[in-house]
Design a binder for this molecule. Sequence first.
Ligand SMILES: C[S@@+](CC[C@H](N)C(=O)[O-])C[C@H]1O[C@@H](n2cnc3c(N)ncnc32)[C@H](O)[C@@H]1O
Length: 413
Amino acid sequence: MAEHPAYPVGLRLTGRRVVVLGGGQVAQRRLPALIAAGAAVHLVSPEVTASVEAMADAGEITWHQRPYEDGDLADAWYALIATGDTEANARASAEAERRRVWCVRSDDADEATAWTPATGHSEGVTVAVLTTDARGRDPRHTAAIRDAVVEGLRDGTLVAPHHRTRTPGVALVGGGPGDPDLITVRGRRLLAEADVVIADRLGPRDLLAELPPHVEVIDAAKIPYGRFMAQEAINNALIEHAKQGKSVVRLKGGDPYVFGRGMEELQALAEVGIPCTVVPGISSSISVPSAAGIPVTHRGVAHEFTVVSGHVAPDDERSLVDWPSLARLTGTLVILMGVDKIGKIAETLVAHGKPADTPVALVQEGTTAAQRRVDATLATVAETVRTEDVKPPAVIVIGEVVKVGPTAAAPRE
Ligand SMILES: C[S@@+](CC[C@H](N)C(=O)[O-])C[C@H]1O[C@@H](n2cnc3c(N)ncnc32)[C@H](O)[C@@H]1O
């Protein structure tokens, strides 16, 4: 019989009976997709793996704890035959043929009436890859093609603009701390689809170089603001470009809502009726310490961490921070925008009871090639910042967690 290519189709299995024969690794791998498709899965097998048993215990599948029997495929729409017994598999596949139930076989693709493609998902799309005929089947090759396509869509190297569901208006995208690999999949996709990108100095600036030439990249710090405040000028630029029907990405460092003025931008857009999508980002407050080997919490050391802006000094009347209370906390303090005021901050914490020998680490330009870490104590940090010439952007970590990692440096006395 001449070999014809398989006919690709998507099965809509919600509420439909699917029979799985066998409870080993093959079933374990296939079950999550069947459950996600809403199938009424009946699994027949005397034994199952621990993961399959957990799915049965959770009520996600019905497990019939016995070997396959003729008649098991009655009323099934689809069957997966994957027992370790070739003779039972052959009998089951004969039953499937008799009952006209499409079936896949783990042990013999030639005898199967259906094949499982290598599948992956990216933003509402399922990528399914099948080889053309049974003889040419090469599961590793199809899986590699699937990975290349899904990965390309995720990281934006394979650009497939959304025509019907293109995100309208402005996307406020948290770009993470700087390393281009630390932006979210969604953020990267939106960036790949943008017509205009308004970017901060902080964040994954390397990604801007990868954008196609038609994309207009605007440095937020360079938007002229004349009679407006800088932030107002940025809001106006967002509004102007969005009103022209362009897909606008506002690329911000870290997370848009952590000292990022993200809500101000969203409010300005809402006032003029422009839709805004917010994509969370990995905040420098956690990721920069982590990149320097500092966990913001550690069992038995810190049960809390507090993220504080240090952009105004503790004695500044504009400060909203209760420094005396922070001095009493036993957990970790993470200070952003605090390099300039760290002397005053350390002094205030010590004056309100924090031990002067509390460890401090300053991590400058975290997650980038220029990352560096300088260690001190509350007593020495002001001097250390001067002698070591620590410059913003830096995250300052205060607390015993600074000392727990294997990369902890000895503090400067
Ligand atoms: C205006 S705040 C924005 C914070 C950002 N939204 C976030 O979630 O990370 C800027 C401050 O974040 C910190 N920061 C951001 N990226 C950093 C990095 N790669 N290395 C060190 N500090 C960073 C610095 O304290 C900097 O002054």
